[in-house]
Design a protein around this ligand. Structure first.
Ligand SMILES: CC(=O)SCCNC(=O)CCNC(=O)[C@H](O)C(C)(C)COP(=O)(O)OP(=O)(O)OC[C@H]1O[C@@H](n2cnc3c(N)ncnc32)[C@H](O)[C@@H]1OP(=O)(O)O
Length: 417
């Protein structure tokens, strides 16, 4: 019997969810009916694919509408891909490749500018034209070594701001507006819907996640604006000599101003009993390590690729972002699928950009996956040329691309999806 990917009906959806659990090595037991109902309410079934063998789901794939902030703050339509699994008995028969081809073709047809995902493993998605467009760093801070006096008042008080503890309901009320302000300035941020705020504050949490209520705190500026939000959990660990050795793990932190960012890090590093702080996944250029009097107190515990992109519409993607320089480049972009490739003249200036098809000789030849890696300004074209991943057809073109594509701050995607 042929194994063909197809869309999934509401009655098949519980088994599809069960298969996602199997693929992600969670218990393969069926998903509770109440959870199926909540998920169904928030799922566009026309974008859910599955493969069924003898009536049992053996492969899963889902996409949903997302907005991605690009360099300069504009937001583009993304085809966000998630829930990708193929049951161990059916791997390496091309099922993922077929589901991906169907989804990317539909996204292109719909007019999405890019596709996006967080890759479970690095080697999976490059073959489909995806490249890592943002990276993440997680630090563990040895608080006593950091040089912050735990008895000190949080520095926010110096600028009239203050920190307030709040609860989950407050976060659901304040969070979306704060996130929208961050999304208007931080490239790499992806949209969050109402369900995200519910699920991440303990409302209708999936059965496979054990929910423990975190502490929430907000930073309010002198004029009463909520400019920052932090969520953290603390463990209960005491040393043999009856000293508190508790660890705080930050599960989310958003800040729209440097003052809020500094105040929230200072706050979480100044809580009595807390001797270790785990930062959660941050931008690699987060202020955190350098705002500590002794930055060596912050040890890197994770350094990895994070958001992967696949460009579907090169002119719209390149015209959506901003550029800090005046330059022109002819890019010959190779795309084996035929979805997005071609030769384009990119002309940029601080006041705007244009990207149009051209027959001129190329300055740079690159795969569409490398273009995705450059798109959020987070990788060096000179480094990619040195790696042989970009071909320089005009001497100096990689250096020009360096000035064109790089951004002052690193991209950051705060979410897993
Ligand atoms: C966005 C997300 O959801 S990320 C989550 C991804 N899912 C997981 O990691 C769960 C565990 N893994 C799986 O379920 C599966 O192995 C999948 C989904 C990664 C791959 O599914 P498959 O149907 O086996 O992939 P498919 O047969 O289409 O493979 C296509 C090619 O990719 C390669 N490939 C697939 N998965 C991997 C991998 N994990 N590592 C390296 N290569 C891989 C295959 O070898 C094949 O190469 P070839 O064309 O040279 O022969």
């Amino acid at each position: 019997m042929s194994l063909d990917p197809r869309t999934v009906s509401a009655t098949e959806f519980p088994d599809w969810l069960r298969a996602v659990g199997t693929g992600f090595l969670r218990a393969s037991a069926s998903v509770p009916a109440e959870e199926v109902a909540v998920r169904l309410e928030h799922t566009d079934l026309s974008r859910v694919q599955g493969v069924f063998d003898a009536g049992r789901c053996v492969a899963t794939f889902r996409s949903f509408a997302q907005e991605l902030t690009v360099v300069g703050g504009a937001r583009v339509r993304a085809d966000a891909i998630t829930g990708v699994t193929v049951t161990p008995t059916h791997r390496r028969r091309g099922l993922l490749s077929r589901m991906m081809a169907t989804d990317l073709a539909a996204a292109k047809e719909r007019g999405d500018v890019v596709a996006s995902l967080i890759a479970a493993e690095y080697p999976i998605y490059g073959r489909y034209g995806f490249g890592p467009a943002s990276w993440t760093t997680e630090w563990e801070i040895d608080v006593p070594r950091a040089g912050l006096d735990p008895r000190a008042r949080v520095p926010s008080e110096a600028d009239g701001g203050r920190i307030e503890l709040v609860d989950g309901a407050d976060v659901r009320k304040l969070g979306p507006e704060l996130h929208a302000r961050l999304a208007a300035r931080q490239h790499g941020v992806v949209s969050r819907d109402e369900r995200w705020w519910q699920r991440n504050t303990g409302v209708d949490v999936p059965a496979f996640e054990t929910w423990t209520e975190p502490f929430y705190a907000v930073y309010r500026s002198a004029d009463g604006e909520t400019d920052g939000l932090i969520a953290y959990r603390a463990d209960a660990h005491w040393g043999d000599r009856k000293q508190p050795l508790n660890k705080a793990t930050v599960v989310g932190m958003l800040a729209t101003t440097p003052a809020a960012e500094r105040a929230l890090w200072h706050f979480v590093c100044s809580i009595d009993w807390i001797t270790t702080v785990r930062s959660g996944y941050r931008a690699p250029d987060d202020l955190l390590p350098l705002l500590l009097p002794d930055p060596r107190a912050a040890r890197v515990v994770t350094q990895a690729d994070w958001l992967w992109l696949r460009v579907l519409d090169i002119p719209r993607a390149l015209e959506a972002r901003t550029y800090a320089t005046d330059a022109a480049l002819v890019l010959d972009v190779r795309d084996a699928t035929g979805l997005a490739g071609g030769r384009f003249l990119l002309e940029v200036s601080p006041s705007g950009a244009s990207c149009v098809p051209t027959k001129r000789d190329p300055d740079l030849v690159l795969d569409v996956a490398e273009l995705a890696t450059l798109h959020l300004g987070d990788e060096s074209p000179v480094r990619l040329a040195a790696l042989g991943r970009i071909d320089e057809h005009r001497p100096g073109a990689a250096a020009t691309a360096e000035a064109v594509f790089r951004a002052a701050r690193r991209a950051w995607c705060p979410d897993v999806f």
